[in-house]
Design a protein around this ligand. Structure first.
Ligand SMILES: NC(=O)c1ccc[n+]([C@@H]2O[C@H](COP(=O)([O-])OP(=O)(O)OC[C@H]3O[C@@H](n4cnc5c(N)ncnc54)[C@H](O)[C@@H]3O)[C@@H](O)[C@H]2O)c1
Length: 327
């Protein structure tokens, strides 16, 4: 049985990856320090004899007994609301954590895939973004802690590839959504759905003409899986290029949830990118991958998930504090 280590296993993407690898017949070792993740996302796997979990901070030395065939490094706060709250941990998990996992991959002769992000392009000056665009990042801006950690992570990964001949993969993930997202992660989909379920008006930051493109989680996981199994070591964008304005998106949510909320507007926070759209030509060519789930279906499944949350969970004050939201 092939053995895979997944860091960030209790988080949104990590938990979906655990499910996918279990379903593919792997032995899965999940690792997480639960700083932004939640064990409930993988609770259903605890009875599975092909799954084990380590409660561990990957910025500390990482030890896993036995052999490993693959490592997927997904541990990192991922949403602005999180990394603004824990900026130093964010820098450490991208740098020290990545270093520890690359060292582990080298020791175990494992192939490692690193979760990078569209944020390496910063506030992009070209649209859509291709992998050869170098980006436009403010090192000392509020998003710098995340963006630069991820840029360093990519450099370190390439150094291990070039210097040690390590088998590495780098995925640049664009906005992804689906069940198991956190209600208060500061992203627009849980924000709108939480507001809809509480019967509140939907808050838009700025005038709503900024665009986003959203990839459904099943598509994202499929792209990541294909990249891991490919022989391509340079960064690959995985995301959905279909763009929508936040205004149109809010209208879609109101229609989907069958409610009558109004839309209210608040000032746009600093460094909120106005446009973000992946060019996925490379992924199509080398992985034969493109997103398949249309937004209506993906949003419906996501809304079904949020509807399962308890009223108590929905009403928590932290889920209603929109003062720090940046999507
Ligand atoms: N969700 C997206 O749209 C998106 C977009 C771009 C990149 N990514 C990347 O994908 C990865 C997962 O993102 P997500 O959306 O699932 O976020 P998430 O916050 O749901 O999951 C991240 C997980 O990492 C864990 N973690 C953080 N620091 C850790 C540490 N030092 N040691 C061990 N575990 C630690 C957290 O507890 C959490 O469970 C991140 O690396 C993120 O940068 C996600």
């Amino acid at each position: 049985m092939k053995r895979v280590l997944i860091t960030g296993a209790a988080g949104f993407l990590g938990s979906h990856l655990c499910d996918r690898f279990i379903n593919e017949g792997f032995y899965v070792i999940g690792m997480d320090n639960l700083i932004t993740g939640d064990l409930k996302n993988i609770a259903h796997l605890f009875k599975n004899e092909h799954f084990e979990f380590y409660h561990h901070d990957v910025t500390k030395f990482v030890h896993v007994p036995g052999n490993l065939d693959y490592i997927l490094h997904f541990a990192s706060p991922a949403s602005p609301i999180d990394y603004l709250k824990i900026p130093i941990q964010t820098l450490k998990v991208g740098s020290l954590g990545t270093h520890n996992l690359l060292g582990l991959a080298k020791a175990k002769n494992a192939r490692i895939l690193i979760a990078s992000t569209s944020e390496v392009y910063g506030d992009p000056l070209v649209h859509p973004q291709t992998e050869d665009y170098y980006g436009n990042v403010n090192t000392i801006g509020p998003r710098g802690v995340y963006d630069e950690a991820k840029r360093f992570q990519e450099s370190l990964t390439m150094a291990y590839h070039n210097f040690h001949g390590l088998e590495t993969r780098i995925v640049r993930i664009f906005n992804t959504y689906g069940p198991k997202m956190r209600l208060n992660d500061g992203r627009v989909i849980p924000a709108f759905m939480g507001q809809a379920l509480r019967g509140e008006d939907l808050t838009i930051f700025g005038n709503g003409t900024q665009t986003r493109s959203f990839c459904y989680v099943d598509d994202q996981i499929e792209g990541i899986f294909k990249l891991l199994m490919s022989d391509y070591h340079l960064p690959v964008n995985i995301g959905n290029p279909h763009e929508i304005t936040i205004n149109d998106f809010a209208k879609e949510i109101i229609k989907l949830t069958g409610t009558n909320q109004k839309i209210i507007y608040k000032p746009l926070p600093e460094n909120d990118p106005l446009q973000r759209q992946p060019d996925i030509t490379l992924a199509k060519k080398i992985l034969n991958w493109e997103p398949k789930v249309n937004r209506e279906v993906g949003l419906q499944k996501t809304f079904e998930y949020f509807k399962t949350l308890s009223a108590e969970e929905l009403q928590k004050e932290e889920h209603k504090d929109f003062s720090k939201y940046i999507y």
